[in-house]
Design a protein around this ligand. Structure first.
Ligand SMILES: Cc1cc2nc3c(=O)[nH]c(=O)nc-3n(C[C@H](O)[C@H](O)[C@H](O)COP(=O)(O)OP(=O)(O)OC[C@H]3O[C@@H](n4cnc5c(N)ncnc54)[C@H](O)[C@@H]3O)c2cc1C
Ligand SMILES: Cc1cc2nc3c(=O)[nH]c(=O)nc-3n(C[C@H](O)[C@H](O)[C@H](O)COP(=O)(O)O)c2cc1C
Length: 763
């Protein structure tokens, strides 16, 4: 930075990011000399309206009240979202959005920047080399940023094309709500996202899958013909008004969204801002929001730090997490619209709920706060389908699989406790599983229970291969059945290449210090660097393993379990057959997915043939290896299909843990999208699991049809009474409590109600 000289700042690009940045910087650092170069003329913008949430408006108001006041004067504000699907319109209120013409927004920002003394130059295309001597060069030149492209490797740019085509159009039809409409054609689904942004005009974005677009011949149609096609398709929503294009400068009006990411947002004196740094799909309405919020953060960081590098680091540190959060939500949303066909079997009520909650950011309680009557209607609809007479929180809906009836949708996920001696579950297991059954979950799973001593993961794992095991399990099952309404499931497994390892609180997945036993697997591929190499299984080995499972299943019947699950996930024996990462066989059990599934399916079928007809069976799978050459979510649909054909009633959808090379994308409910995909593409019951931490999330998952059951692992270790606590918090009285605990229920409910009231007073 020059000593005692004003900071010289150049913005390449005068879109929302560059202009608002110049405004905020002028306010917080009036001495800065700012030039904004915009290649277009002042009123030369394509596009129609943009949308802001109430929260974004608050951020703009705090950063520059004048800009906010001007924008607010031009807003079209609306509150409801309409979902038009299969001849029905489902309306949800309380959504609080505002629309404004992009042109008007830019006009306001331009005037404000000029008034504050920013040197805004129109028709001034520029590249970074020409302004090299500025202290700070802001690359605000949009998603196709040439400034970024010039140093793509340094910024670590990744560009990911998506699967839909869309056209950004205008229309004189006044939409009174933010309107989604879906139309099915012979070529696939089309949808519109429509909202009014000034007194006379609305944005109408038409979108469809790339293959639908081609099959409909839109790839070769002129703009006029494309528009005529869309007018005919969505005629009943357009009130006779034509659709209008203002994208004459584009070769085709049909665009495809590109997800832009950068590993670094600055290099030397250049810093990326807005769409140049990151994009977020329009279906979440947040590209301009991110651009404006970036602008605020960068301007403030430059005012606070004398060195640009320190300012850039502070800006990136402040913004990166928020941007990632939004991009995650936007990705879920993008995928939802790319996969409308997946949801086409849902009835309008659930289709609309699934749409509204698509980003996994808007929860059941959020929706309730926004429009309680809407949520009550959804809950009523769900209740009716479960034979319940009035609306209740969806997590408490009963569920039936074959003759097993569950009192609610909450499941204690299988979790190894590593406390058995020679495989026998003792008093610890009785208290552990017994208290979780008393805690209100509808279904409680045993941990992976191993079918032979050498099938165990660790010396502490539970077994089902000796008489003592049967006696130990029967005592637990009897307790659960006698004292709680819960059902109890037996998860059977074989550790395969991940066997003979240390217990969970030592070095899990690493070999024992001493006393290791030999491992078997599909191929001699060790799990980790220090793992033993498994012996490639022969047909005799397979026959032996099938017998061990059938024996364990019979013991499970004798113990009185209600459901049997085969563990085919997480890199254990069957999972190691399914994933190509560890199955390198060249015989009938390796190669294609069909071959890799052969042995796990054979075991499953043998279990099904021996397990009582009246009782259900499930299978836990890893729906992705999180490794490029591994199992993909599309494969997972085929895996689930194959197990369904073998008699599976429920797919327990987990993911990963099959390879040390995995790069999982963690987050709230991060595996639930796989359950959603399998359930709705196949029409089979699924159980979601993975970082599901509260009742609100469970309610949302069930209401949206992303899963039929929700398994909760670690939260149940922290709170055995997860379900009872949720019932008290939601004032749901029909959840059965152990009779002796009823005074605790009422006391707990009063205590949390008072705490909530006190928090309300403080606010
Ligand atoms: C169909 C569609 C609908 C959308 N709807 C919404 C919505 O409802 N809500 C929302 O928040 N966002 C929406 N967006 C996203 C929004 O348009 C962008 O996220 C936002 O405009 C980003 O602002 P920006 O300033 O970073 O980039 P841009 O708006 O792209 O601005 C970049 C500017 O840089 C200029 N420029 C480029 N190169 C040069 C150069 N070399 N020299 C000088 N100038 C240059 C360009 O002319 C342009 O004016 C939508 C986008 C699309 C495509
Ligand atoms: C201590 C522990 C032991 C586990 N053991 C098993 C197991 O035996 N079988 C299994 O399928 N999953 C097992 N898991 C995975 C859980 O069932 C669950 O899928 C995972 O913890 C993610 O859910 P959560 O985020 O709710 O904890 C285990 C998880 C933990 C934390």
């Amino acid at each position: 930075m020059r000593v005692n000289a004003p900071m010289k700042v150049v913005s390449i690009g005068g879109g929302p990011a560059g202009l608002f940045f110049s405004i905020v910087l002028k306010r917080v650092h009036p001495a800065a000399e700012i030039v904004v170069h915009e290649r277009n003329a002042p009123d030369d913008t394509f596009g129609w309206g943009v949308v802001f949430s109430d929260q974004t408006l608050g951020n703009i108001a705090a950063a520059d009240p004048e800009t906010f006041a001007r924008i607010a004067a031009d807003f079209v504000h609306w509150d409801a979202i309409d979902v038009n699907y299969r001849g029905r319109t489902i309306r949800a209120g309380g959504q609080g959005f505002a629309g404004i013409a992009r042109k008007r927004l830019l006009g306001i920002l331009q005037e404000r920047a000029l008034a504050l003394g920013v040197d805004v130059r129109f028709r001034s295309p520029i590249d970074a080399d020409a302004v090299r001597d500025a202290d700070v060069i802001v690359a605000a030149d949009g998603a196709n940023s040439a400034t970024r492209r010039a140093h793509e490797t340094i910024f670590g740019t990744t560009l990911e094309g998506r699967r839909c085509r869309y056209m950004w159009l205008g229309c004189r039809q006044p939409f009174e709500a933010f309107t989604f409409a879906f139309e099915r054609t012979d070529h696939g689904w089309f949808q519109i996202h429509a909202y009014q942004f000034d007194a006379h005009t609305s944005t109408v974005i038409v979108e469809c899958r790339e293959e639908t677009w081609r099959a409909a011949g839109l790839d070769t149609m002129s703009t006029a013909d494309s528009i005529a096609y869309c007018e005919r398709l969505f005629a009943r929503f357009l009130g006779g008004h034509p659709l209008m294009s203002n994208a004459a400068h584009l070769a085709s009006p049909w665009l495809s969204f590109v997800q832009v990411n950068n590993a670094r947002w600055s290099h030397d004196n250049v810093v990326l801002l807005g769409d140049a740094a990151h994009t977020a799909h329009f279906s979440i309405g947040s590209g301009t929001k991110l651009a404006l919020e970036d602008a605020i953060a960068l301007a403030k960081a430059l005012a606070a730090h004398s060195e640009p590098a320190a300012a850039f680091a502070a800006y990136e540190a402040e913004r990166r997490i928020e941007v990632l959060r939004l991009q995650n939500a936007a990705r879920n949303s993008t995928e939802w619209f790319e996969n409308v066909a997946r949801y086409a079997a849902l009835e309008a009520e659930q289709f609309a709920y699934s749409l509204l909650s698509r980003s996994q950011r808007l929860s059941h309680e959020n929706l309730k706060v926004r429009d309680g009557a809407y949520v009550r209607r959804v809950e009523g609809w769900l209740a009716e389908r479960s034979g319940v007479s009035e609306p209740i929180p969806p997590m408490f809906l009963p569920y039936r699989l074959r003759e097993m009836e569950l009192v609610n949708r909450v499941v204690v996920s299988p979790m190894a406790m590593y406390r058995c001696r020679d495989g026998t579950p003792d008093d610890f297991y009785l208290v552990h599983l017994g208290s979780r059954a008393q805690g209100g979950a509808g279904l409680v799973f045993t941990e992976m229970t191993c079918v032979a001593a050498d099938a165990r993961i660790s010396p502490g794992c539970a077994g089902m291969y000796r008489d003592e095991h049967l006696a130990g399990w029967k005592r637990i099952v009897d307790f659960v059945h006698a004292n709680t309404p819960a059902k109890i499931a037996l998860q059977l497994g074989h550790a395969g290449p991940k066997g003979s390892t240390q217990v969970g609180w030592e070095s899990p997945d690493e070999p024992l210090v001493e006393g290791n036993w030999p491992l078997i697997g599909p191929s001699p591929v060790p799990f980790g660097e220090r793992s033993a190499i498994p012996r490639e299984m022969t047909r005799d080995d397979m026959d032996r393993v099938v017998k061990q499972f059938v024996r364990a299943a019979h013991m499970g019947i004798a113990a009185g379990f209600d459901l049997l699950e085969l563990h085919c996930a997480h890199g254990y024996l069957f999972s190691s057959f399914i994933t190509p990462l560890t199955n390198k066989r060249t015989d009938a059990y390796g190669g294609s997915l069909e071959n890799r599934l052969r042995f796990p399916l054979e075991v499953f079928a043998a279990l099904r043939a021996n397990w009582p007809e009246r009782l259900p069976m499930s299978v836990r799978i890893s729906a992705t290896d999180w490794v490029e050459e591994g199992v993909t979510p599309d494969d997972a649909v085929e895996i689930a299909r194959a197990f369904r054909a073998a008699g599976a009633d429920l797919i327990d959808v987990s993911a990963g843990q099959t390879s040390r090379r995995a790069k999982p994308v963690y987050g709230r409910m991060f595996q639930t999208p796989f359950s959603d995909k399998i359930r709705n593409e196949l029409g089979i019951a699924t159980m979601a699991v993975g970082n599901i931490t509260d009742a609100d999330q469970v309610n949302g998952i069930i209401a949206s049809g992303r899963a039929d059951l929700v398994a909760i692992g670690r939260m149940h270790l922290a709170d055995p009474y997860f379900t009872l606590h949720a019932a008290a918090a939601l004032a749901y009285d029909a959840q059965p409590w152990p009779l002796s605990y009823l005074p605790g229920r009422d006391h707990y409910a009063r205590t949390i109600r008072r705490a909530a009231e006190a928090a309300e007073v403080v606010r």
